[in-house]
Every structure is written in C-alpha cells, then in structure tokens.
Design a protein around this ligand. Structure first.
Ligand SMILES: Cc1ncc(COP(=O)(O)O)c(C=O)c1O
Length: 480
C-alpha cells in the first residue's frame, strides 16, 4: 500500500464513479444481457503481469456496466430501493480504508462504541422504547441484512425456550407469521431446525389490507397449545414486501406477551419512514416487541449493507451466539466491561459499518432525512393519482408508503387473461430499458409494483414512467 499511489488511483476511481452517476440515466435500467454474456468477453485465467487501472476501468465501462442493473437509476422502481448517497459512499470508503475487523471490542474499540452510539441515536430518532437502548438491558447491532436479523433473533428465542423445556423439545416449537411475511423467515426456520410442519403461515386477504389478523393468530396458538405444541416466535411486518401491509403490532403484541412468545417486528423497508413523526404511528405497538429491524440500506441513504436490529434483552442473543475460544480471550471481554458484537451475529468478522450510518446521520441531519422520505411518498402519491385517472387500470392495495400496487384491467371478468396481460406489460416496459418495475401476486391477481425510493428520482421520472406504462399498455390492448 503506497499512499501516493492510493491517492492517484483513488482520484481516478472517484472520477469514474462520479461520471457513472452523471450518465446513469443513459443506461437501460434493467440489464439487457443474456446469461453467460461475460464469459465471452473476459479471459479464462488470471493475468500473469499486472494490468493498468485505466485498462480495467475501460473493461468496466465496456463489459461490466452492460451487465449491471442500475439500482441507483432515477428510473429504478422495482422491488424496494437500495439507496446510495454521498455520505453513505464516503462512509464505505473510509471503512474500506481503515479496513479493521471489529468482532470484539478490543479489536477496534471505536467500531463497537460508534455502533452502539449510532444505533442509540437512530432508536431515538424512531422513537423506539428506551428498552431497546444500549444503556439498559437491550441494544442495537448492525447486521448485513434483514434475513440475518430475523435469523439471530429466532435463534435467541429458540434457545430461550429450549433452556426452559429441554433441547429434545425442539420438534414442539411453533413459529407464526402471515402469508405476506418475507421468505427470510422461512429460511431462518430452515437454518434454526424448526420443523417445517410447525411454521404457521396465517392467511391474509384484502379485507384486512393483507395485515395479519390478531384473531387468526389467537386461534392458531390455541389450537397448537391444545395438541401440546409450544408457540415461541411471531414475526410481524410493517411494510410487507408485496404491498406494504402493516400488521397491528399492539394487538399482536398483547397476544405474544400473554403466551410468552418472542415478538419480532420486520420493518426492513418501511422502518426508515418512521423518523417522520406523522408516520411513526405505523410502528405503534413496537413497545410490545422483543426485537425490531429496519434496513438503513433500503430507504435511508446508507449504502448496502446496513440492517439495524434492536433487541430488548441482549443476553438472549449472547447466550445463543457466543463462543469464547482461547485465541480471542482478552481482559476487557473477560471482565464483562464491553460489548463484543461477535456474540450478536453469525460470522466472527465484521466491517466498520456504523461509519456510513454515522456519516449519513451527521451529513444530512434528521430534518433532511425526513424531507427525503416525504418527497418519495409524495411522488408515489402522484403516481397513484395518475393510475387512478386512467380507467383501464386499477389500484390493488392501499399506498401506505411509497409503493403503488396496480394492474391493467383485462377483458371483463377473465382473471387468467388479466394475469397474462399484466405479465406481458411488465416484460414490455422492462425491455424498453426506460424503467424497471417488479411484480407480486395479491389475491391471485398478478400485480405490478411501482416503488419510489431511488435518491435521484424526481417528478419528471415518475411522469415519464407512467407514460411508458400507458404506451406499452395501449400497444398490448390493441393486439388483444
Ligand atoms: C419486509 C422485508 N423483510 C425482509 C426483507 C429481506 O431483506 P434482506 O435482503 O435485507 O434480507 C425484505 C426485502 O425486501 C423486505 O421487504
């Protein structure tokens, strides 16, 4: 590592990335390459002699970027956003520069302490109950993804109950969720050894706007108790992946509390919006939860990856995930004076991810972050109005945040035809390269999802996107 060489190459790389952002609207949003395209373009083995940075960057431009789907494009409306920002980027850069591995406090005290402080800041900005702060029995930790977050709390909950009823009872443990819960929970259950027949996926429908009904949870728990099973974990969602459904946390929390069930709240996408006081009501009832998760890397200007998880009882996590090999022993840990985040997560090694969240919070400030969220919500509201004005389309779920679920109406009453029509519309708009949207299925209806949330998206992008959708819809309808 030669500092002057780093300076020179670093400047070139920043220029390259800045130019990428300048040109980003000129790329097809969804990569249009065919599977295997890259093997044709790159040599089959490692270069024996070093290549020049300029040549590598030329290859990135000519060979890599065509195979990139541009998540930072202002015309990216698929899935949920995965934000990047100058502050987030600088934080990532600094983290790469320092490149420490902060698994135990001793391995880089600042990494652990900054993470604790920044997650306390964010917990306060979200108005989370004090029980989630690191000053009490709880605390926050940055996981890579919401999937890791739900896995670690599931393990903590599993082991907490097994300590009471004995390890051999794992086959009796029951997990509850809704049919709108992210598949991350299913994967976590597979990893945690929860028997698949004990995963209750409770049905939702449009009568509750796809929210989990407390009555159906109660019923399922009662049935399971009657046959001697042990209910132990509920995953509720605020802002479901398909349609931004919001489960009623308060009512669900009361049920979990009276049954000794660990209550996890997955607000991976929508959690960010709760820094706005007028949107905070969406997580009312989080007081009842044992753990709460939001992805700062989705809609909070923090470059991937940065998934914030808070727990009320950190000792449950630590009891489940700690190891204490000789080669990691140190005075601070042994005297119980510090947090060792290795015991709050699956891997040992961990990056200095709090730096970028700290940068985002400091360089933008809460007021700007709130304005950022509100702007996207207003843009989504505008898109929703445009859809509502065109009688060929219908809206399929309430727009709680910045996602609009809609579809093109098919010929009268023919659902199969309507589903195919919307599938074709999705393909048609995405192959234009002008925008990228994704889909889901709600009540057996093939549904188009338009998620606003890329940092560069402005009103003109939303209006143009709607025009693209209308044009492609007209073409398809003419061909029917
Ligand atoms: C509600 C919800 N939970 C969990 C996830 C999974 O997120 P991750 O990729 O961070 O595991 C998503 C992804 O979009 C989501 O929308």
């Amino acid at each position: 590592m030669n500092a002057e060489q780093l300076r020179e190459c670093g400047h070139k790389m920043v220029d390259f990335i800045a130019d990428y952002y300048k040109d980003i609207e000129n790329f097809p949003v969804l990569s249009q390459v065919q599977p295997g395209y890259l093997r044709e373009l790159l040599p089959g083995s490692v270069p024996i002699h070093p290549d020049r940075l300029e040549d590598v960057l030329d290859d990135v431009q000519a060979k890599i970027l065509p195979g990139v789907t541009h998540w930072q494009s202002p015309n990216f409306f698929a899935y949920y956003p995965s934000n990047s920002s100058i502050a987030g980027f600088l934080g990532e850069m600094l983290s790469a520069g320092i490149n420490m591995v902060g698994f135990s406090w001793i391995t880089s005290p600042a990494a652990t302490e900054l993470e604790m402080i920044v997650l306390d800041w964010l917990a306060k900005a979200l108005n989370l109950p004090d029980d989630f702060l690191s000053t009490g029995q709880g605390g926050g930790v940055i996981q890579g993804t919401a999937s890791e977050a739900v896995l670690v709390v599931l393990l903590a909950a599993r082991d907490r109950v097994l300590r009471k009823i004995g390890k051999d009872s794992i086959g009796k443990l029951v997990v509850y969720s809704s049919d709108q819960t992210h598949s991350a929970l299913q994967k976590a259950c597979q990893i945690a050894g929860i028997h698949p027949e004990n995963c209750r996926v409770l049905k939702t429908d449009s009568s509750t706007d796809y929210a989990l009904s407390p009555e159906s949870l109660n019923e399922a728990i009662t049935q399971d108790l009657t046959i001697g099973l042990v209910p132990f974990f509920l995953c509720a969602t605020v802002g479901s992946t398909s349609s931004t459904a919001v489960d009623p946390l308060l009512a669900l929390g009361k049920i979990t509390k009276s049954n000794g069930i660990w209550f996890h709240v997955d607000a991976a996408y929508a959690g960010s919006s709760c820094v706005c006081p007028e949107l905070r009501h969406y997580i009312d009832g989080v007081e009842e939860a044992d753990s709460f998760n939001m992805n700062a890397h989705k809609w909070f200007l923090t470059n991937f990856d940065c998934s914030a998880l808070w727990v009320k009882d950190r000792s449950a996590l630590i009891q489940s995930l700690s190891t204490n090999p000789e080669f990691l022993k140190n005075k601070a840990s042994e005297r119980n004076m510090v947090v060792d985040y290795k015991d709050w997560q699956i891997p040992l090694g961990r990056r200095f991810r709090s730096l970028k969240l700290w940068m985002v919070l400091r360089l933008y400030g809460l007021e700007n972050l709130q304005a950022y969220i509100r702007n996207h919500i207003n843009l989504a509201r505008h898109f929703e109005e445009l859809v509502a004005q065109d009688s060929r389309f219908e809206i399929l779920a309430p727009r709680n945040f910045s996602l609009v679920c809609f579809r093109l109406l098919g010929p009268q009453g023919n659902e199969e035809c309507a589903n195919k029509l919307n599938h074709d519309l999705l393909d048609a708009v995405n192959s234009t390269g002008k925008i990228y949207i994704s889909h889901t299925v709600l009540s057996n209806k093939y549904t188009l999802r338009f998620a606003v949330g890329a940092p560069l998206t402005e009103e003109r992008h939303v209006v143009d996107a709607w025009k693209t959708l209308q044009d492609e819809a007209s073409t398809l309808l003419r061909s029917l």
